[in-house]
Design a protein around this ligand. Structure first.
Ligand code: HEM
Length: 462
């Protein structure tokens, strides 16, 4: 895969303007809440996959869901943090009887579905679709309903609204469910604070978190608006179906927490050293404090401070990666202004990850066989140049920053032979034999229709 977009101006290296700069008016009342609104903190979430066996029932469900799914409008509403979202796979659009001429206007990656893209995503060997949790990766995954809320009581109420929409419809069946919950201190299973860095989007009213990042054109995340490459990017047709829609990538990622702990212990001579190596792999201390701002010691106060914990760049202060290694998780997945091949702005993404499974109790070094990890969710308007590019080129290779074949030390598709370089003066440190800490359990590419499109899908005939 090549790096597209050389014609784009990367813009000023440092942006210090308002992070909510105005742009073309986004039709917020037609866009699903989950596209633009950050997930609440703390959170509880449920994902339900449905199969549509009968298109008439499926269309009725679309009509009902158009009244249940929340829009991105009314940010001042107290209920804005609780919402239900609905997204359809390509097979789901087919099951609803969307005309072939319209299906053909969707991008090829979406038409093929995640399992068919395994080679580009590093979903081989242990990660291969044949080993995924059923029915993930199968043509039965049609519709994904997501309910998210700050607490389990409001979640139950929101989810009940979604369930009422499909419960008595024969011809539509719930076939998979995953519940997620907020781990203590917003820490994901490896123990790092998550949900910190988000891009700003022109015209969305949702602030970004890095004051140096110029807000991205809305078409990077919502279909039908100018993006960083074109004034009028292609939109699935007819317009009523594509406009104000987006794509979401769901991936259930199992985390091998005991293996991660053991690897740290084996690589370090002291507990302090273990923490430093973990921070070097992530690019942040477990508290969320960025190495870019505190390279030697953790600073939990900084980690918790939303106004400061994402306020940094790499190029000026740390071009070599002495503080934040170029191969660390956050630097490779968002190199910001660092010198890399390609244009970072066309590979940005919104993340809506939520953790599942109980935490492995502190100090336990042996695998307890319990499934825990992250329901990773990407939102963006370009599956190919955003999600697939980042996963394939930045996570599972290192050539874009001069790191050869070195993969992401935490979430890369490791095979036990990988290395991770920690630049240091006078000598660098190289971690060897990186095991696989994250295993793909399944996922799918889905289209997040606008509310108008949900109604249009409900009115299909034939
Ligand atoms: C189990 C797997 C994963 C874990 C445990 C994980 C964890 C984290 C954590 C703790 C952060 C730092 C906090 C934050 O900025 O929110 C982060 C940042 C990030 N992750 Fe992941 N992640 C995982 C998988 C992925 C995947 C599959 C992708 C994309 C293909 C991804 C993309 C990103 C990006 C873009 C950032 C923000 C970087 C920045 O702007 O500084 N992550 N991740």
């Amino acid at each position: 895969m090549t790096t597209p977009g050389s014609a784009i101006s990367p813009g000023p290296a440092t942006f210090t303007g308002a992070v909510t700069a105005p742009g073309p008016a986004l039709e917020l009342d037609d866009i699903q809440s989950g596209v633009l609104r950050p997930r609440p903190t703390p959170y509880a979430a449920t994902y339900v996959v449905l199969r549509i066996d009968d298109r008439t029932a499926g269309r009725e469900l679309m009509r009902r869901l158009s009244r249940v799914v929340a829009s991105a409008a009314h940010p001042e509403s107290p209920a804005r943090d609780t919402w239900v979202g609905a997204s359809l796979s390509f097979q789901g659009l087919k099951a609803l009887g969307v005309p072939q001429a319209s299906l053909d206007t969707f991008p090829p990656e979406f038409q093929q579905g995640m399992a068919a893209r395994a080679r580009f995503l590093g979903d081989l060997d242990e990660n291969a679709p044949e080993r995924w949790e059923a029915p993930l990766g199968s043509p039965d995954v049609h519709l994904v309903l997501t309910a998210i809320s700050p607490d389990t009581a409001s979640l139950a109420a929101a989810f009940e609204r979604a369930r009422a929409a499909y419960r008595e419809l024969s011809g539509v069946t719930a076939i998979w469910r995953q519940d997620c919950h907020n781990p203590p201190d917003e820490r994901e299973a490896f123990g790092f604070k998550d949900g910190i860095s988000h891009p700003a989007i022109e015209g969305s009213g949702v602030p970004g978190t890095n004051p140096h990042e110029r807000p991205l054109k809305p078409g990077e995340f919502v279909l039908g608006y100018p993006d960083e490459m074109a004034e009028a990017p292609m939109v699935p047709q007819p317009e009523v179906l594509g406009r104000n829609g987006s794509y979401v990538v769901f991936r259930k990622l199992h985390q091998r927490v005991a293996a991660f702990r053991q690897y740290l212990k084996d690589s370090a001579s002291t507990p302090e050293m273990e923490e430093l190596i973990a921070a070097k792999m992530m690019g942040r201390w477990r508290s969320g404090a960025p190495l870019a701002r505190c390279p030697v010691h953790d600073d939990p106060e900084l980690g918790a401070d939303r106004t400061r914990n994402n306020d940094f760049q790499f190029r000026g202060d740390d071009p070599i990666g002495y503080a934040t290694p170029c191969g660390s998780h956050i630097r490779r997945l968002n190199p910001r202004d660092a010198e890399v091949a390609g244009v970072v702005r066309i590979h940005r993404m919104i993340r809506r990850g939520t953790s599942y499974g109980p935490l492995l109790p502190a100090g336990v070094m042996d695998d307890d066989g319990v499934d825990r990890g992250l329901m990773f969710a990407f939102v963006g308007a370009h599956l190919g140049r955003q999600f697939e590019f980042v996963q394939g080129e930045w996570m599972n290779k290192g050539s874009f920053f001069g790191g050869g074949e070195a993969r992401d030390p935490l979430s890369g598709a490791a095979d036990g032979s990988g290395t991770f370089d920690i630049p240091k003066r006078p000598l660098r440190m190289r971690l060897q034999g990186l095991p696989r800490f994250v295993v793909t359990r399944g996922g799918e590419y889905c289209f997040l229709p606008s509310l108008r499109a949900l109604r249009w899908l409900g009115e299909l005939e034939g």
